[in-house]
Design a protein around this ligand. Structure first.
Ligand code: UDP
Length: 234
């Protein structure tokens, strides 16, 4: 698989390490060092983070869903600002873009500005999801991957690949080395949510799924070495 420009999706949990909430600096530094290997090798890297380490709209059901989702989107902005700073500390140039104005803290997203930043060897953080409630950061990531014409979307997940059933509850669950996105959609497999899966299917965006806790998992995936699952999208 050609890895010239990729979109890496990190769930909020991936930033929290064993703490489960907030940030774990060492965990994020570990991510930064792995991404730096790829950036130094000339790969253009875009990043979408989740917000689950702070807030998920669907769990805040005591308030209006739209407002709860706004809090979730803002959580992803906090995440991206933090991760971006850690990346800078590790020697990378970065920019944080959002689909809505956050004063002078982020830049407003446009494809042209993102591509310009890639050409300047910057890691581009796409914060704030799609900018709309009732969507997820998986969908935001799929959308940005398609818009920036990424070669693929990399997903660092708690589960180390795509299985035919939930490996946490079924000890006989079978892991796929390779599966098509059409099959993922048809069988409702839990790779990304359905909206994101359909965006990837319609726009032929392949996915690489690997374990969050895998030693050097991100660096290996960025080099095209996959021990998880490749989701093809031809
Ligand atoms: N969110 C949203 N629109 C988007 C992306 C995210 O409203 O386009 C909100 C939603 O409330 C979601 C929260 O942000 O629950 C955090 O994102 P997500 O649950 O995808 O984070 P993850 O589970 O990957 O940490």
């Amino acid at each position: 698989m050609d890895m010239k420009r990729v979109l890496l999706k990190l769930s909020g949990e991936a930033l929290a390490g064993s703490k489960k909430t907030g940030f774990d600096e060492e965990t994020v530094r570990g991510v930064a060092r792995q991404v730096k290997q790829a950036v130094d090798a000339g790969v253009e890297v875009g990043i979408v983070t989740g917000g689950g380490n702070f807030w998920r709209g669907r769990t805040g059901n005591e308030i209006d869903r739209t407002k709860a989702d706004q809090i979730g989107m803002l959580a992803t902005v906090m995440n991206c600002i933090y991760v971006s700073e850690i990346f800078r500390g590790e020697g990378m140039d970065t920019v944080v873009m959002t689909p809505f104005q956050v004063g002078a803290m982020t830049e407003l997203f446009s494809k042209d500005k993102a591509v310009e930043a890639f050409k300047a060897h910057k890691v581009v953080f796409f914060a704030g999801g799609t900018g709309h409630p009732y969507f997820s950061t998986d969908t935001g990531a799929a959308l940005r991957a398609v818009e920036i014409e990424a070669d693929c979307m990399l997903l660092a997940k708690a589960v180390d690949g795509v299985y035919d059933s939930d490996p946490k509850t079924n000890p006989n669950a079978r892991k796929f080395d390779r599966i098509s996105i059409a099959e993922v959609v048809e069988k409702h497999l839990q790779v990304v949510d359905m909206t994101a899966s359909v965006i990837c299917e319609e726009n032929h965006m392949p996915l690489v799924v690997f374990g969050l806790n895998e030693e050097n998992g991100i660096a290996n995936a960025l080099k095209g070495k996959v021990s998880g699952t490749i989701v093809t999208a031809d």
